[in-house]
Design a protein around this ligand. Structure first.
Ligand SMILES: [Zn+2]
Length: 172
């Protein structure tokens, strides 16, 4: 996997491969540096580079996923989009594809609780707000959010990465 280093302080983003040609709109949302031209062509290239055969279904799902900048989607949300776009896929295929793209390092999985897993098209180190009222995952813009004290990894292990999810609810 790609994440063998600790990624708490995101100031070392630039050292992560392929992400130094960040988007002109700067930090925050909308970062998808792999897409510089025609989305269809870019998705094809992303899949090939990741060693995945660009099947029609992968291409269509990749286009829905990566064609709109940084996004956080559950499998169900992507399945719904695919259905609306008349892409003939099953929910199982959507799950499989999302897992393959995650294994290939093109997506990052963010689990919010036991039942909700989001797939993030922004694979650089960052943390999230979770809006509990509308079940929405949003990037935390502060790139320097850090834990003041890290737990020690048990013997034989190293920290692969740290995902912080700050849960928000509407003020009562
Ligand atoms: Zn994110």
């Amino acid at each position: 996997m790609n994440f063998l280093v600790l990624e708490v302080d995101a100031s070392n983003n630039a050292s992560m491969s392929g992400h130094d040609r960040a988007s002109p709109e700067g930090l925050g949302t909308g970062r998808q540096p792999a897409l510089n031209g025609c989305p269809w062509h870019d998705v094809n290239e992303m899949l090939q580079t990741a060693g995945l055969r660009p099947t029609r279904q992968r291409m269509a799902l990749g286009w829905l996923l990566f064609g709109k900048g940084a996004r956080h989607l559950t499998a169900e949300m992507l399945y719904e989009e695919a259905t609306l776009a008349k892409v003939p896929v099953s929910l199982a295929t959507v799950y499989n594809t999302l897992n393959q793209l995650t294994d290939a390092g093109l997506l990052r999985q963010v689990s919010v609780d036991g039942t909700k897993t989001y797939f993030d098209t922004n694979v650089t180190a960052h943390h999230h707000f979770y809006l509990e009222n509308n079940h929405e995952l949003v990037d935390i813009p502060d790139q320097h959010l850090a834990l003041s004290k890290l737990p020690e990894a048990p013997e034989g292990y190293e920290i692969a990465r740290i995902d912080m999810v700050v849960r928000l609810r509407k003020k009562r």
